[in-house]
Ligand binder design. Structure first.
Ligand code: AMP
Length: 282
């Protein structure tokens, strides 16, 4: 596996491969890699001649300094993991390499997608995401880029950014990879206490029940039900639960046939923020 820390070096390496018509699959991450990340890499390997993974904990997408400082960093283990799955290239830039002396994000217009859910609760988050992903796309110039549905709103926002800026990359969404007990894999799970880790699968259990209930009940009743369920969970605090149009991400007003909906949830276990979502049938 080749490891690059400067833009200049990775660009020059990849441009020589592009001249040989090699297709590049790209998986941007913030590290502390787990099976969820590896599932994206596997997908990328099936469809591209070589796979580039980036590890960069992007400061401009964190609304809370504490969350950024505490974000898990396991670079040695990550490198081993990437080698074990035969990743071709790891891009590991510093904050200075990406932002020089101006650690700030550009302003983006994602046609309203950015004002829902994560955008409401994490100020500036999607400007930060847009800034880093656009920058990384410009450096790596991938043919295809792979993102998890775990961050479903982020996936929709990146698709929008690619469309609006007429970027050449094809954005591929990949299914949510879960622990045996249903908890969506996340780098943040490693920070849960044993008791919080035991409580956390309740999130997905609730989402599965939501999918069932939404077949017969309206969104308001389902939402109230979820809120009540979490009141009975001493270790989990619900931040939001929303049923939204799968495309516009606007909260549902009234079920309409022909529209597809998804349920989205954010929960605190102590200071650790966990998100998940599920496709609904109506
Ligand atoms: P992160 O390192 O958390 O920024 O995630 C990097 C990429 O991996 C993003 O596209 C995430 O959506 C994706 N990802 C994270 N966790 C999972 C998971 N459990 N299943 C599938 N994809 C995931």
């Amino acid at each position: 596996m080749k490891i690059f820390i400067t833009k200049k070096e990775i660009k020059s390496y990849l441009s020589s491969l592009k001249e040989q018509n090699k297709s590049i699959g790209f998986v941007p991450t913030m590290g502390a890699l787990h099976q969820g990340h590896l599932s994206l890499i596997k997908k990328a390997q099936q469809k591209n001649d070589l796979v580039v993974v980036s590890i960069f904990v992007n400061p401009t997408q964190f609304d809370k300094k504490e969350d950024l400082i505490n974000y898990p960093k396991t670079i040695e283990n990550d490198t081993k993991l990437l080698k074990s799955v035969s990743c071709d290239v790891l891009f590991l830039p510093s904050v200075k390499e990406i932002y020089a002396d101006d650690i700030s994000s550009k302003k983006f217009d994602f046609d309203g997608l950015e004002h829902q859910m994560e955008g409401k609760f994490r100020e500036g988050h999607f400007d930060g995401v847009g800034t880093i992903v656009k920058t990384l796309f410009e450096i790596v110039k991938p043919n295809k880029a792979y993102f998890g549905q775990k961050d479903y709103q982020q996936l929709q926002i990146i698709k929008k950014m690619v469309k609006k800026n007429r970027l050449k990359v094809k954005v591929k969404g990949c299914p949510i990879f879960r622990e045996q007990d249903g908890l969506a894999m996340s780098s943040r799970n490693a920070r849960l206490t044993d008791a919080q880790r035991k409580a956390a699968p309740f999130i997905y259990k609730t989402l599965k029940k939501v999918r069932k209930k939404f077949g017969t009940e309206n969104a308001t009743i389902v939402t109230e039900w979820v809120e009540n369920q979490f009141k009975k969970q001493p270790l989990l605090e619900l931040e939001y639960f929303t049923i939204a149009d799968k495309k516009t991400l606007e909260p549902i007003q009234k079920k309409e046939s022909g529209k597809k909906y998804r349920a989205f949830i954010a929960v605190f276990a102590g200071k650790i923020r966990l998100i998940d979502n599920i496709q609904l049938k109506n």
